[in-house]
Design a protein around this ligand. Structure first.
Ligand code: TRP
Length: 474
């Protein structure tokens, strides 16, 4: 153990390091803040009844998501390799097995699957930049934005083109490597997005049904909450924080030794949660003021915001800026989704970063067609194939459910168990800094709350627990 600790002090990453603590926080925030906050959070909150869902989501973010994030960063920094190699290395170093590398493998596959649909939605935001700019939403009505959205996603060639463009942009940044590529993109995007959201909030307070929006978001009605919804809330917590699949682990590998992991995680979680809540506060008042349906699904943001902005003076301008910023937010997240697979290919198969980016990106691009077609040609091809699903959905719905609600929580359990039970106290305390109570709290959450909580929700949603209890109680 001692000798391994001496080793870790010297370990460095093959891919370079973040230039500063701020650069790391910006990069992780860039990965965390994305479509998950502005596109997905409002629509899943809407589909799952609002208040109670939001409460469960917040509990999952702080009690499960944040400790898993800290675990990922500390594992990543200790191993300093791609997630697969890091898990293999630390597994052995801690006197266990190399087979923990499969967590890394799960993450590599998870990232590829998530990005395959993430890129399609990000492509929509690119399309909406063009639409906004050309004034398509000026004087918009609830019907016209609905028709516009329907017509847009109904045309598979157009959204395939947007998806292709977005993947090309992502591959481009990933090719350029850690510092030059990732840091610069995030540095101005997060503050700019935050500013614009606050401006939009002002509009929605003035022109929306603000009271109705607040009530929907913050008044919990637990009768509306099924265990399936709890599973979705938990999946959303993982998704929005980018945890459970090694993306943050890969970023942690480039983290300088002296940076505080707790401090960095707290900053990222706060920024991410604020932006999601802000998005909800902007969107729901507009939904209620315009008689839209909160449970409308993936098109929600693409209808409410153009509608609101279309009625504002200078709306075409603001709407263009909004979708540009959202595209940026998606872009900095997409990079993180590719990173584990790219780092893996570079380290294990001796590809250059550029080759790896093209190989991984090309695969993701091809897989993306399953999602592209889910909104038009195959829109009626719905089925229920996975445990814990709320009802039949398209192929897109399946990829989303499989990744967010199954793979990320499963990865999260394994990462928490690894950091909390497999790694010895010395190793984790060494990385987190032995800050007394904070360390104890993290360890308690990582050892007990996160793994038991995740498994409980999962088994409840799938119905296994009820079957078992029924069997025992007769
Ligand atoms: N967190 C991002 C969002 O909210 C999506 C994302 C980026 C992600 N990297 C990830 C999700 C890694 C899961 C895992 O938009």
């Amino acid at each position: 153990m001692l000798s391994s600790q001496a080793d870790t002090g010297k370990r460095t990453s093959l891919h370079g390091h973040w230039s500063s603590r701020m650069a790391f926080i910006l990069a992780v925030t860039g990965s965390a803040v994305g479509l998950g906050n502005i596109w997905k959070f409002p629509y899943v909150a809407g589909q799952n009844g609002g208040g109670a869902f939001v409460l469960v989501y917040l509990a999952c973010v702080f009690l499960v998501g944040m400790p898993v994030m800290m675990s990922e960063i500390l594992i990543g920094r200790r191993g300093r390799r791609n997630p697969v190699a890091t898990m293999a290395l630390l597994g052995q170093e801690e006197g266990h097995s190399k087979q923990w590398q499969w967590i890394g493998g799960l993450g590599v596959v998870g990232g590829i699957l998530i990005l395959s649909y993430y890129s399609v939605i990000a492509g929509w935001t690119l399309g909406y930049v063009v639409k906004s700019f050309s004034g398509a939403f000026t004087g918009a009505t609830a019907e016209s934005v609905g028709a516009e959205f329907g017509g847009f996603v109904g045309n598979w060639q157009v959204i395939a083109l947007c998806h292709t463009l977005f993947m090309a942009l992502t591959i481009f940044v990933v090719m350029r490597g850690v510092e030059r590529g990732l840091e610069q993109a995030v540095r101005f995007m997060v503050p700019a997005l935050l500013t614009l959201m606050v401006v939009l909030l002002g509009y929605s307070i003035n022109s929306g049904s603000f009271g109705a929006g607040i009530e929907f978001l913050f008044t919990p009605d637990f009768s509306k909450l099924s265990w399936d919804s709890v599973l979705v809330a938990m999946g959303q917590a993982f998704f929005t924080l980018s945890v459970g699949m090694g993306a943050i682990m890969a970023y942690g590998a480039y983290l300088p030794e002296e940076t505080s992991i707790t401090g960095a995680s707290a900053a990222v979680v706060t920024a991410d949660t604020s932006i999601a809540i802000l998005a909800g506060l902007v969107i729901f008042p507009l939904v209620f003021a315009n008689g839209l349906d909160p449970a409308d699904g993936p098109g929600l943001v693409f209808q409410t915001l153009p509608l609101a902005l279309g009625q504002m003076p200078g709306g075409a301008f603001f709407s263009t800026i909004f979708f540009v910023l959202l595209s940026f937010a998606a872009w900095t997240s997409a990079i993180g989704l590719m990173e584990p697979a790219v780092a893996y290919l570079v380290e294990h198969h001796y590809r250059t970063r550029a080759q790896a980016a093209v190989i991984v990106g090309g695969t993701i691009w091809a897989l993306g067609f399953a999602t592209v077609l889910s909104f038009n040609v195959l829109a009626d091809f719905t089925f229920t194939a996975l445990p814990g699903m709320q009802g039949p959905t398209t192929i897109f719905g399946h990829i989303d459910h499989l990744t967010s609600n199954i793979m990320l929580p499963l990865g999260g359990v394994l990462i928490a168990v690894f950091a909390g039970w497999i790694m010895c106290r010395n190793s984790t305390a060494d990385e987190l800094g032995t800050a007394g109570n904070v360390y104890k709290l993290w360890r308690f959450l990582a050892r007990y709350v996160a793994p038991i909580g995740i498994l409980f929700v999962f088994l409840k949603a799938v119905g296994v627990l009820d079957t078992v209890t029924a069997a025992f109680t007769g």
